[in-house]
Ligand binder design. Structure first.
Ligand SMILES: C[S@@+](CC[C@H](N)C(=O)[O-])C[C@H]1O[C@@H](n2cnc3c(N)ncnc32)[C@H](O)[C@@H]1O
Length: 759
């Protein structure tokens, strides 16, 4: 299950739970102090002096719970309407233990009012009937991917990246994937509630931590996409991939991106309100140490970007060494880039400009800070912490004032009751504009361009070697500060070419021929239309194994897989698992019915546009109710006309359009399309039990599923035994220290998700 966040906070009146005693993040309000942290940020003047106390007090307050509506736009608006018109009015006048409790409110700056926040103690969520009901709704809708719990400020970078469905997008440090999900939604903005579009774009989510890449795969399962790939590489040496040159069979181009998100690893002190352990362990060395990696990642992104492309660089740290210093150094060495003014974007988001001056300390007590590298060097070896590895790029460059650093966004907790965050939006300019910028910067730079001491990306000076001709415009690498040639698309350097990675243990990715018997069988059994992209079907089976699952990709994902060694790019996932072969059990005569392909429930929106309309069955909401109430309702038990219709169908996968016209809630879609599996005498809905519960709550206002009823019984029994134990020991039972919504983006998700149909 998902990691619990901020969950280890000790209650004001209670002692820590036994299992909390060994944890370093268990901390009370009284421990929320760190003298070096306070001295450091005061010295950086990150907020005006008169604002300091408000700012610092806000850092000690519990962070509100925030969430946004995810999934297709139609479902998002539908659920938002339900929250606004049903749940919020219901919670509006809640009084708990004599105190009024505020209902959730929409986050004012988030587009279309699709994000919310609330701040109530956990016991309110558990004990107030109004909040409890809302909490269940959130938990279930989060489980099925219609709601994403995400810190409010962390929603900003993808919004400013301006992703469109045709863009090639790279998320370099992506895990656990809350921003990746937003990027996927942007690529899929043309999707309807029932059907997934097949955008021409691409999203590669990368993380260097192999375990965390699996969180990305899990996260993306909530929005199945044929455009999606996951890689497991060090972002600072991310390789250039090859792709098919249009119309030239034996030629490849280098893959450059329209949009790159660098949400880099950072000290995380912007998350002090929820990661309380940071109060104990924060030191200036964290940011100093991360600076070089952050800079190498941003500079690598710059090499991978198309001309006129956009990079968003972000951290959840307030430290200028991890923020403005990184951006300034990267701009210095890549003069064709500039910071974009986004002051008109998200107008209700309260923000402060980026800093143009900051100070650096090698001393963990923050006793001395140095304004320039020269001052630090002059202090000599006797200065505290002088052996710290500091580079010129830690300090503001001489021409910092000309870099437009005030265009960066700094978000602080007291501005709108949020976490702290830093965002910079950079664009690679076209030649004419860039040469002016470069000349200006050259003139402005009084000192040599600062470079970090720490290791630089291991890059060759030559473009990528390929086994076929590389069809790209390659220009010499732009000299720092030079005013002559500017790199064009395709000029990125390539880290040393590596051979296949033998340590990489994933199964291979093999495209099947369009007339492969497995593809033809799948098309025939599921009645797919001729428009089905049968040449974009891949399998992940080791050679010789029978074909079980078929994955679907779009064209760009296919060409990338075909032109790049999957182990070299450490490709962990590509495309979307759409069809699966399933044993059909016995037929009516008791004979083995063989195996048949079925559509995975969560991938139905991908397959639906290719399904013959005439094969979709129609049913009333009563049929759905029975399918939710029992695991395997008998075909013979349904009312006509569905009874005869289902009995006439073969064993295997069928798609049903349920009419919700008679549903009491007018805000719901009028249709719901779901896959079911027919065995010899019964049927079952092919969605997981949590998706069934979410659907049941939405349609019937209660969880009528068998699993839901069993869980409710277990919970009642647990509560009764807790109460009995408490009354016998005369002690109030300790509240659980669970995450308020039970699940977050790191939570594990079961297989399939509910699909709500178009009105
Ligand atoms: C701030 S987190 C990213 C959060 C993520 N963007 C999200 O919104 O869910 C930073 C991530 O960078 C990864 N990371 C650390 N060093 C890296 C490197 N050299 N290359 C790629 N990823 C790296 C970490 O494993 C971590 O998952």
């Amino acid at each position: 299950m998902g990691k619990k966040r901020g969950g280890a906070r000790r209650r004001d009146t209670g002692k820590p739970r036994k299992d909390d005693e060994s944890r370093d993040d268990v901390i009370t309000k009284i421990d929320m102090k760190n003298a070096p942290l306070e001295a450091y940020y005061k010295a950086q003047n990150i907020v005006p002096e008169e604002e300091w106390n408000t700012f610092f007090d806000a850092l000690k307050q519990p962070l509100p719970t925030t969430f946004r509506m995810a999934g297709s736009r139609q479902v998002a608006h539908e659920l938002n309407h339900i929250i606004k018109t049903s749940y919020v009015p219901n919670m509006a006048d809640t009084v708990f233990e004599g105190e009024p409790v505020a209902a959730p409110v929409q986050i004012p700056w988030y587009p279309e009012g699709l994000a919310w926040q609330f701040n109530v103690p956990k016991k309110v969520l558990r004990k107030s009937p109004e909040f409890k009901k809302f909490h269940s709704f959130l938990v279930f809708e989060t489980e099925v991917g219609n709601i994403s719990r995400q810190e409010g400020v962390s929603m900003i970078p993808p919004l400013l990246l301006d992703v469109e469905p045709h863009h090639y997008v790279l998320d370099l440090c992506a895990a656990p994937g809350s921003k990746t999900a937003q990027l996927l939604e942007a690529i899929h903005r043309e999707d309807t509630a029932t059907t997934t579009s097949v955008p021409s774009g691409l999203l590669i989510a990368n993380d260097s931590d192999q375990k965390r890449t699996h969180l990305l795969i899990h996260q993306s399962a909530r929005l199945p996409s044929p455009t999606f790939m996951v890689t497991n590489l060090d972002a600072s040496i991310y390789p250039i991939m090859k792709l098919q040159a249009p119309g030239r069979n034996k030629h490849t181009n280098q893959l450059l991106f329209d949009r790159i998100l660098c949400d880099v690893p950072c000290s995380g002190d912007g998350t002090l309100r929820k990661n309380l352990g940071i109060w104990k362990r924060w030191g200036p060395g964290d940011g100093n140490g991360l600076h070089s990696l952050q800079l190498r990642i941003l500079e690598r992104a710059m090499k991978l970007l198309k001309k006129d492309g956009r990079i968003v660089y972000s951290t959840c740290s307030m430290n200028p060494i991890e923020n403005e210093a990184v951006v300034a150094a990267a701009l210095q060495s890549n003069p064709e880039f500039e910071l974009i003014d986004v002051s008109h974007r998200l107008p209700e988001l309260k923000r402060r400009p980026g800093l143009s001056t900051w100070r650096v300390t090698p001393d963990k007590t923050v006793g001395t800070l140095y304004d320039t590298e020269a001052e630090f060097t002059a202090a000599g070896p006797s200065a505290a912490g002088s052996n710290a590895k500091l580079a010129a790029s830690h300090w503001p460059p001489a021409n910092a004032a000309e870099l437009g650093l005030e265009r960066c966004l700094r978000i602080y907790p007291h501005l709108q009751d949020s976490g702290a965050f830093f965002v910079a939006v950079l664009e690679r300019k076209s030649k004419a504009k860039a040469s002016v910028t470069a000349q200006d910067r050259k003139r402005g730079a009084e000192s040599p361009v600062p470079q970090p001491e720490a290791k630089k990306p291991k890059t060759d000076a030559t473009p990528e070697q390929t086994d076929v001709t590389v069809d790209v415009d390659v220009e010499p690498e732009l000299a720092e500060g030079a005013d002559t040639p500017h790199p064009t698309e395709g000029s990125a350097e390539e880290p040393k070419e590596r051979g296949p990675d033998t340590t990489f243990k994933e199964n291979p990715y093999t495209f099947l021929a369009a007339d492969d018997p497995n593809v033809l069988t799948c098309i025939e059994q599921l009645h797919l239309t001729p428009s089905f992209p049968s040449s974009n079907v891949l399998v992940r089976n080791p050679a010789g194994d029978g074909v079980r699952a078929l994955y679907l990709t779009n064209d760009i994902v296919k060409t990338l897989i075909q032109h790049n060694d999957y182990s070299r790019i450490r490709l962990t996932s590509a495309g979307i698992k759409t069809f699966i072969r399933q044993d059909a059990g016995k037929d009516a005569a008791g004979k083995d019915a063989g195996s048949r392909f079925r559509i995975l429930g969560e991938s139905l929106p991908v397959a639906l546009p290719f399904t013959e309309e005439g094969r979709i069955m129609e049913a009333e909401v009563g049929v759905l109710r029975r399918c939710l109430e029992g695991y395997y309702p008998l075909c013979s038990g349904f009312e006509e006309p569905f009874k005869s219709a289902i009995e006439a169908r073969d064993q295997g996968c069928h798609i049903v359009r349920f009419s919700l016209a008679s549903s009491a809630d007018p805000t719901l879609s009028r249709h719901l399309i779901l896959p079911l599996w027919k065995s010899n005498v019964s049927i079952t809905l092919m969605i997981d039990k949590k998706a069934k519960s979410a659907l049941s709550l939405r349609l019937f206002g209660e969880d009528i599923t068998t699993a839901g009823k069993e869980t409710a019984k277990e919970q009642q029994a647990k509560a009764a035994s807790k109460a009995a134990a408490a009354s016998s020991s005369n002690v109030t039972p300790m509240e659980d220290v669970e995450d308020t919504m039970g699940v977050d983006v790191e939570g594990e998700k079961e297989e399939e998700k509910v699909v709500v149909a178009e009105v």
